[in-house]
Design a protein around this ligand. Structure first.
Ligand SMILES: Cc1cc2nc3c(=O)[nH]c(=O)nc-3n(C[C@H](O)[C@H](O)[C@H](O)COP(=O)(O)O)c2cc1C
Length: 391
């Protein structure tokens, strides 16, 4: 049985990917910050919600389609932005963009990605969303926006939970740094994982050279082994609501804030004129000890005007997880690590299989819940899972 056919679930992909990837790459993809509490909480919160399914409803013709920002997507699952994905698969950004396009789901280009956004746009009929790590500096923001307008990016996603780099102790222990630095430990790690060294490391170096900070600012930046001009995180700690209001006046496309966890921030976002928010704690990779995005979701939904799309990410590994978020009012669920696990295990085919797993699980579980469309996935179908009563 091939590696790919052994993987029947996203968890299977994760286990297989952890075997293939060098420890420092595994640590980068899978890890969280400090004690990993935000990461654990996202998974636990999904288990704390159970279904209350309905029976005897005709469910023969189901559709998981969703309309968002003038597009119809095949299901309420999209690819979240994941920086440095080139260390998981050669030209991973391109593979993710194409797989998303074929599956008719949204794909968000990361500001820390390495295939130029213009090339990704070209490959996908100009459908990619773009995620920005913005400095609190209007001149620099304006230059990036000019590039995004030129590339006809339809949706600009501004990440608001990374004003400073988080305390990623696991990466310090594995000597993984940004900018990327070769150390004897990293070389040894690569040698112990020959498949990765050949398929990813050597193929990338020989094919296109050291990946670059291609999409961080207004032009293609230096290789990821060097600090970009103004620094990777330069002036991010100065970003404020004033900048968001300025962007709203100067960006004609859709504007989304990612990393909204507080109802008041959701309200401020709506007042600033954004078109949507993504409830997220950055996959447990920024502030540790956060409540789960799933727990934050209902308050955010209640805080924004009806009809303003509220999206969510963090810990979604099953179609049933996605449906729980939909029942709580999410318009779209984004995944970060799952498609990277797919890429590590099976390249293009791996990413596509992960996407297909979500599609098929959503369809099956909609039927088992008694739902034909996502509009049928209503809050009454879920309830908190209570601890068993003592005898
Ligand atoms: C390897 C990796 C890189 C990431 N890079 C970015 C990024 O460049 N920009 C961003 O806004 N979020 C980034 N994130 C966070 C994801 O967009 C998303 O919020 C998170 O992964 C969702 O959790 P999940 O991985 O459990 O699905 C990254 C996450 C991972 C795992």
């Amino acid at each position: 049985m091939s590696r790919l056919s052994r993987c029947l679930s996203v968890r299977d992909f994760e286990l297989e990917a952890r075997r293939i990837l060098p420890r420092c790459v595994e640590g980068y993809v899978c890890g969280g910050t400090e004690d990993g509490a935000s990461l654990d909480e996202s998974v636990r919160a999904l288990r704390d919600i159970g279904f209350r399914p309905r029976g005897l409803r005709v469910v023969d013709q189901r559709s998981s389609q969703v309309s968002l920002f003038g597009q119809v997507y095949a299901m309420p699952v999209g690819f979240a932005p994941t920086g440095f994905s080139a260390i998981v698969m050669h030209e991973c950004d391109l593979a993710l963009a194409r797989a998303a396009q074929d599956a008719e789901i949204p794909f968000i280009i990361s500001g820390a990605s390495s295939v130029p956004l213009e090339r990704l746009q070209e490959a996908t009929g100009k459908r990619c969303w773009y995620q920005a790590y913005l400095p609190g500096n209007v001149d620099r923001i304006a230059k990036l926006i000019a590039r995004l307008r030129q590339a006809e990016i339809p949706v600009l996603v501004v990440t608001i939970d990374t004003c400073v780099g988080a305390n990623r102790e696991n990466l310090q222990k594995l000597a993984f740094t940004v900018p990327f630095k070769m150390s004897p430990g990293v070389v040894l790690d690569g040698m112990r994982h020959p498949r990765w060294s050949l398929d990813v490391f050597l193929r990338t170096l020989l094919g296109s050279g050291v990946p670059r900070f291609a999409n961080l600012y207004e032009e293609i930046g230096p290789p990821i082994t060097q600090e970009p001009p103004n620094g990777f995180r330069g002036e991010r700690d100065k970003l404020s609501w004033e900048h968001i209001r300025w962007i709203r006046e100067n960006w004609p496309g859709k504007l989304v804030l990612k990393g909204v966890m507080h109802a008041e921030d959701a309200q401020l976002a709506a007042e600033a004129g954004v078109d949507g928010v993504i409830v997220s704690n950055h996959g447990g990779r920024q502030l540790d000890g956060c409540i789960s995005p799933l727990q934050a979701l209902p308050d955010v939904v209640a805080a924004v005007p009806a009809g303003l799309p509220v999206m969510v990410d963090g810990g979604f590994r099953r179609g049933s997880d996605v449906l729980k978020a939909v029942a709580l009012g999410a318009s779209m669920v984004f995944t970060g690590r799952p498609q990277l696990f797919g890429a590590a295990v099976g390249g293009n085919a791996g990413i596509r299989k992960v996407t297909e797993i979500f599609r098929s699980e959503i369809s099956t579980n909609m039927a088992l819940l008694g739902c034909r469309t996502l509009a049928d996935v209503t809050p009454d179908l879920i309830a908190p899972v209570r601890p068993a009563c003592a005898a």
